[in-house]
Ligand binder design. Structure first.
Ligand code: 6R9
Length: 584
């Protein structure tokens, strides 16, 4: 079905940061964008300085930076000065323990105020911040902290006891564990964060960092192998700042709510950094999704800009547009979405429920910031991700026998590629030079996504070119799930795929072949599901497991996930010339 274009009116351009896309894109330069930030003396740059100290120095310290809403509706407000003081305390806690430039500080926390202070304090101390998703189980946590050479971990006592303590001795690099929500009976080798923060000074001079110094380490997943740590540097703040301004239309007086968890990159780039560099007020809700609660927050907090995800939009759609109409959402000016394909129905439903569309945008952990977007001033074509940000050159390319060719023909399908050179592009996968190099060819960064571009320059997402799964906006590597299931004594082989789900986009499904002589009983299936959940956590574990006598494999013994998927979905099996006989 053809969806009607949602036309923007002249008043939609009024006051928009990006009033005229073509004009802005023509004159934009990253150097000019960089000049809007302070920098540090001698050509330095520090994300936390731009997010916090720049505003304090300019006399805006009293402005509300962050309003935290607790699970039971308690509020905690932090002005820019207040958030800066908390960040300084954390930076001092690190300094007093000799944690210094380049050291890795991990967090495993829900959306709590300490996380924001720690992220900024870590950056002020010139250390590297690496947030983990709190719904990860022990395996994904251990793998990431080992790859990242974690020196410091910030978590709760409950998470620590369940997810870290059992293997802590295996990670020699981990010297300091700070706990929040802890009892009087601290586990050995841990420190009560509240106590040391209270004792620390609230002034701290930001340690000098250069634009190319590592600042953030965000883990992502590929088709095979271990998780990859995408390295981001302080220079990234230039892109966070500008993309926040152009693609999210952040203004200094805006109240902004990003619903993403800081354990994923959206929750850091746009859940912490971009709103603060733009001088806005950030809303953080500790609780999980709840339709009525979300509408109430939009109304009570007078949210102007709302950045959310397709899974949440689909959950709101289920509850119905009528509920939205019961709330006064007159302050809501701009709504954006990211992380997975946003169905055209979702875009149009925005108009029905809120009187304005959701604006889809596209980016990746690797790109560090928004690359393709729908803007307040530009017509929306429902189902399209929009057009590249000013300063970004995108293309649709075709790879054939080592050759990369750009396809100019409108609506031709190919791989989405970008010309490197924007400030928030990853500088590498930590200690994985080969995997990093594979992302580039003929001067392009290859995204691994399939897409099309129409004759107006709008991009349309088609799918992924690899086997990585996106479930409720979270990127899941099938290999990580397969490895956890392989550890179970009954399992001989595993293949993991994503299967379509009306709400979460995709859910993880595992196909398991059991060892000889083991019966595929329902009790064993449940046991395997429990095993995976215990190891991987609910965010990564399969929702469903099916037993198979054999799994389809290539002649070299690799399980053909693609074929598992085609069969599961009743699709054509495609090229199966490499399929080995499935009989054992
Ligand atoms: C920010 C983030 C990246 C992958 C990306 C693509 C998918 C993101 C999308 C989208 C369709 C959109 N993706 N935005 N697919 N439409 N607007 O999500 O980073 O977790 O690294 O995931 O997510 O497949 O390649 P990350």
């Amino acid at each position: 079905m053809e969806w009607e274009r949602i036309r923007k009116r002249p008043e939609d351009r009024l006051g928009a940061n990006l009033a005229d896309y073509d004009e802005y894109a023509r004159t934009f330069s990253w150097a000019q964008a960089r000049a809007e930030l302070d920098g540090l003396p001698g050509g330095g740059l520090n994300i936390a300085h731009e997010a916090i100290d720049r505003h304090i120095l300019a006399g805006r310290g009293n402005k509300l930076a962050l309003r935290w809403i607790g699970r039971n509706d308690e509020l905690r407000d932090f002005s820019y000065a207040g958030l800066g003081a908390a960040a300084n305390r954390f930076a001092n806690v690190l300094a007093e323990r000799g944690v210094s430039k380049g050291d890795r500080v991990f967090s495993l926390l829900g959306r709590v105020p300490e996380l924001y202070a720690a992220a900024l304090g870590t950056l002020k101390r010139a250390c590297v911040f690496s947030p983990l998703f709190s719904a990860f189980g022990p395996e994904p946590i251990k793998a990431r902290m080992a790859i990242g050479n974690a020196k410091v971990l910030l978590t709760t006592e409950a998470f620590y006891r369940r997810k870290v303590e059992p293997w802590r001795q295996e990670l020699a690099s981990l010297e300091h564990v700070f706990l929040i929500d802890c009892s009087n009976n601290l586990p050995p080798g841990t420190t009560d964060l509240g106590a040391v923060m209270a004792a620390a000074s609230d002034s701290f001079e930001t340690v000098w960092t250069g634009p190319e110094d590592m600042a953030l380490l965000h883990f992502t997943s590929g088709t095979t192998g271990r998780p990859k740590g995408a390295v981001h540097v302080h220079e990234a703040v230039v892109a966070h700042h500008m993309t926040g301004r152009l693609a999210l239309d952040l203004h200094a007086d805006d109240i902004f709510w990003c619903t993403a968890d800081p354990g994923w990159i959206t929750g850091t780039s746009y859940g912490i950094i971009a709103p603060l560099t733009n001088g806005a007020t950030l809303i953080v809700d500790q609780a999980e999704f709840d339709a009525e609660r979300w509408y109430r927050i939009l109304q009570e907090q007078k949210v102007a800009i709302w950045y959310t995800a397709p899974t949440a939009i689909r959950m709101l759609m289920k509850v119905g547009a009528e509920i939205a109409k019961r709330y006064d959402l007159s302050k809501l000016r701009f709504m954006a979405s990211v992380g997975e394909p946003l169905n055209p129905e979702g875009v149009v439903w925005g108009v029905e429920a809120f009187g304005k569309p959701f604006h889809d945008n596209w980016w990746q952990t690797e790109t560090g910031g928004i690359m393709i977007a729908n803007y307040p001033s530009m017509d929306v074509k429902p189902g399209s991700m929009g057009r590249p940000l000013p300063g970004i050159t995108a293309g649709i390319i075709e790879r054939t026998a080592g050759e990369v060719r750009e396809i100019a023909r409108p609506m031709a399908m190919g791989e989405l590629a970008l010309r490197p050179g924007w400030p928030s592009m990853m500088r590498g996968y930590l200690n994985e030079e080969e995997r990093y190099k594979k992302c580039f060819a003929s001067g392009w960064y290859l995204t691994g996504d399939l897409a099309m571009r129409d004759s107006d320059g709008y991009y349309w997402f088609v799918g992924r070119s690899d086997d990585v799964i996106k479930s409720a906006g979270h990127l899941i590597g099938p290999f990580e799930v397969e490895s956890a299931l392989m550890e179970h004594p009954a399992v001989a082989e595993v293949g993991v795929i994503g299967v379509p789900d009306p709400t979460a986009g995709e859910v993880v499904k595992a196909f398991v072949a059991l060892k000889n002589g083991i019966d595929p009983t329902e009790a064993l299936r449940k046991n395997l599901l429990g095993h995976a959940r215990q190891r991987l956590g609910p965010a990564v574990a399969p929702k469903d497991i099916a037993f198979r006598q054999n799994l389809p494999k290539t002649r070299s013994g690799k399980i053909m996930r693609r074929l598992l998927k085609a069969r599961e979905l009743g699709l054509p099996e495609g090229d199966i010339s490499t399929l080995e006989s499935e009989e054992r």
